[in-house]
Design a binder for this molecule. Sequence first.
Ligand SMILES: Cc1cn([C@H]2C[C@H](O)[C@@H](COP(=O)(O)OP(=O)(O)OP(=O)(O)O)O2)c(=O)[nH]c1=O
Length: 200
Amino acid sequence: MFFETNETLILASASSRRKELLGRLGMPFTVHASNAEERPIENGEKPETYASVLSSIKASAIYEDHPKSLIIGADTVVALDGKVYPKPKSVAQAAEFLEELSGRTHSVITGVTILREGAVTHFTSITEVTFRTLDHALIQAYAATGDPLDKAGGYGIQTAGGLLVKEISGDYDNVVGLPIAELADKMRASGLIWLKGDER
Ligand SMILES: Cc1cn([C@H]2C[C@H](O)[C@@H](COP(=O)(O)OP(=O)(O)OP(=O)(O)O)O2)c(=O)[nH]c1=O
């Protein structure tokens, strides 16, 4: 055991990547994917606010049936020039997204909600990702793999999508879907989890 808790911990996510990241803390938890509807961003809404609200919707949907648990919800979006790039709906749309992101620096924003017995903590983590200037053939070939389809912005930095990336500034795990170091800090600071040696 790395961290310890007295809570019944639930990850409100269908993402195997988030499951792997939360698993790093070494505490038992269960996964309950919420089927909460992901609404599109509203006109004038900041991408940070949008990601935060969606993370809250996911956590709250699980809270209804598990009011005594500690619930973690997260949502990751890619944003550039005020436009949010969600998961692409098709290979063609993935290629369009990647053409727009080529050679430029975008923000990957994960909103995280920590919900416990009605008490809510939200935070957002932002990583700046700079893409290489991509040639058309590379974009088409990567999009055609289908890898972009379940990922915000249409790429996975942890998969072949890493070939598109020139540099990043900020937390890598945040790009993959969960800023686990910051999440651990927040839960530790609020006494929800602790290390064996921590004063309690
Ligand atoms: C930019 C980027 C995103 N992603 C992923 C992280 C998120 O899982 C996904 C964005 O979709 P989300 O809606 O945040 O999450 P999800 O649908 O995968 O899971 P759930 O809603 O059940 O929690 O994109 C990567 O895996 N790699 C990347 O490089």
